[in-house]
Design a protein around this ligand. Structure first.
Ligand SMILES: *[C@@H]1O[C@H](CO)[C@@H](O)[C@H](O)[C@H]1NC(C)=O
Ligand SMILES: *[C@@H]1O[C@H](CO)[C@@H](O)[C@H](O)[C@H]1NC(C)=O
Ligand SMILES: *[C@@H]1O[C@H](CO)[C@@H](O)[C@H](O)[C@H]1NC(C)=O
Ligand SMILES: [Zn+2]
Length: 502
């Protein structure tokens, strides 16, 4: 979409959402916004250059690793041009399960400004992407940013190259207008996020007393709004603990004609165990599991009421006949602020088509619980084990049951009264004319918790992309409008933060 049309679109959306009632931007903001509107094609061009690099970290292929290295070098160059001091942290190599050794792309640490009177805000982003091929069902070449109706299609456009560049665009606007930055800026950029952020934790730990010592705030922009046009601010993500429950008679399977009727069958035990976990209203049946959950406050209730979500549309687009809850508030609370238990599968079961009369000798049931504040992993582990042991022992089975928790990730929640949340809310109001949806994410995004736990700093997730951006899927895109307004949002955020902080 050409610049004119997109600002008309922006205006229409802003007017529709009460832009007129928000305070007019200050003179400087107006200049910054004008600058960004005028230079939006350059911003899109840079995004195009970044998307053109196939920085896929998921497929362990030497050629793709080299592409990530190239991507990191390009970003380092861009940051140096902004005037930042950049350190490229060398991370050696990793041993893959198949024996090959692959180099780990560097993590970039950059800083711009070190004025002790200003707050310091550190931006985290990643420059690697999920795999993509035209043959997967893309309508355009995934590594050639293509604009159709104001949508910029390309792998990494929204996850996460666009948001990283939006932050850089905001900084560059101050620089171009020869305005001093109101905050000190730092960057931590990695190239292995989609492959589990190899080495990130180690670097953050190592840099806790160095790079992070003078950081006041950490901003992550690596998730999406829950609306196509209303901005959001994210203050929590659920954790996850994953369990395996094994029931074993022997390692080999049996024939039901020869052994049926004279055994405790492992599968029957397992079905009973899995069947004891959750009822048909979605309630988890493990005693004590809800006891540690944070109580619902009035303030929180109001936030749910204000969220922009069309339940009927959501239901239809998910192709689900009926959800367990009929109101938007209940549905969102059960996605975000209550734990949930899901049964994922059974290893060792007969799952092919046909009618094999086998009795599996050993089966492993897999389920996980999404955790919310203030659930404690070790307490949950104990409750799950006690519950399964009680159910199993009532069956008087001669089989052997073993329960193990194989993965435990804590939930993350932020203090929304923190200065950076207030600054972001005000910046959103200035740029978009509305208060943001205050949202959480039902899935687990370990990165926010990692930064919070290790650095003990305030962490905020400030998404720029719309709900239909299709991160990780075919035809990923970011709207030109989101990209440019998002760049403005970050600039407004810097100014607001410098005020909120003092
Ligand atoms: C979780 O509970 C255990 C056992 O009660 C306790 O030792 C631990 O400190 C708790 N962890 C957190 C993070 O609260
Ligand atoms: C298990 O054994 C106990 C004691 O032998 C008995 O009372 C109970 O009914 C048995 N339960 C089942 C499910 O067979
Ligand atoms: C949240 O932040 C506000 C403002 O900094 C502070 O007054 C309050 O104590 C914090 N709340 C918690 C639970 O840390
Ligand atoms: Zn991402």
């Amino acid at each position: 979409m050409p610049p004119k049309a997109s600002s008309v679109l922006a205006l229409v959306l802003l007017l529709g959402q009460g832009m007129l009632s928000s305070p007019p931007p200050s003179g400087l903001l107006e200049k910054l916004f004008q600058y960004m509107d005028l230079h939006q094609d350059e911003f899109v061009q840079t995004l195009k250059e970044w998307v053109a690099i196939e920085s896929d970290s998921v497929q362990p292929v030497p050629r793709l690793r080299q592409e990530i290295f190239r991507m990191m070098a390009l970003a380092a160059d861009k940051l140096r041009h902004l005037g930042a001091g950049v350190t490229s942290v060398d991370l050696g190599s990793q041993q893959m399960p198949d024996g090959q050794s692959l180099p780990i792309p560097p993590i970039l640490l950059a800083e711009l400004g070190s004025d002790a009177k200003k707050p310091t805000v550190c931006f985290y982003g990643h420059l690697d992407v999920q795999p993509a091929q035209k043959a997967d069902g893309w309508l355009t070449d995934p590594y050639m940013l293509t604009e159709v109706d104001g949508k910029l299609y390309g792998r990494g456009a929204t996850d996460n190259k666009g948001p990283v560049l939006a932050w850089i665009n905001a900084v560059s606007a101050f620089k171009a207008l020869e305005q001093g930055l109101p905050v000190n800026i730092k960057f931590i950029l990695e190239g292995m996020e989609e492959a589990g952020s190899v080495a990130l934790e180690e670097v953050v730990r190592r840099e806790k007393e160095h790079f992070f010592s003078r950081v006041d705030y950490i901003v992550i922009s690596d998730n999406l709004w829950i609306s196509q046009k209303k901005p959001a601010l994210t203050y929590g993500t659920r954790g996850n603990c994953y369990f395996m429950v094994e029931v074993k008679c022997r390692d080999q399977d049996f024939h039901s004609g020869t052994f049926g009727g004279i055994l405790n069958e492992p599968m029957a035990d397992l079905v009973a165990l899995l069947g004891s976990l959750v009822d048909s209203s979605g309630r988890i049946l493990i005693p004590g599991i809800y006891d540690q959950m944070a109580p619902l406050t009035e303030e929180e209730k109001t936030m749910y009421e204000n969220i922009d979500l069309d339940l009927e549309e959501y239901r239809k687009s998910s192709q689900v006949e009926k959800f367990l809850f009929d109101t938007k508030e209940e549905l969102l609370m059960h996605l975000w602020r209550y734990p949930s238990l899901s049964i994922h599968g059974v290893e060792g079961a007969f799952d092919e088509p046909g009618t094999k009369t086998v009795i599996p000798g050993r089966v492993i049931g897999k389920f996980s619980i999404r955790l919310v504040p203030h659930m404690n992993l070790s307490v949950v582990e104990k409750q799950v084990k006690q519950h399964l042991e009680a159910v199993f022992s009532k069956r008087n089975s001669s089989n052997k049951m073993t329960v193990s928790m194989v993965l435990g990730l804590h939930p993350w929640t932020a203090n929304i009264s923190d200065p950076q949340y207030l600054a972001a809310k005000r910046a959103i109001k200035t740029v978009f004319g509305v208060d943001p949806d205050m949202i959480q994410d039902g899935s687990t995004i370990p990165i926010a918790k990692l930064f919070q736990t290790i650095t003990q700093k305030s962490v905020m997730m400030l998404p720029l992309g719309a709900v239909d951006d299709g991160e990780h899927s075919q035809n990923e895109k970011i709207n030109r409008w989101n990209y440019i307004q998002g760049s403005k949002l970050f600039a407004a955020f810097f100014l607001e933060l410098s005020q909120q902080h003092s």
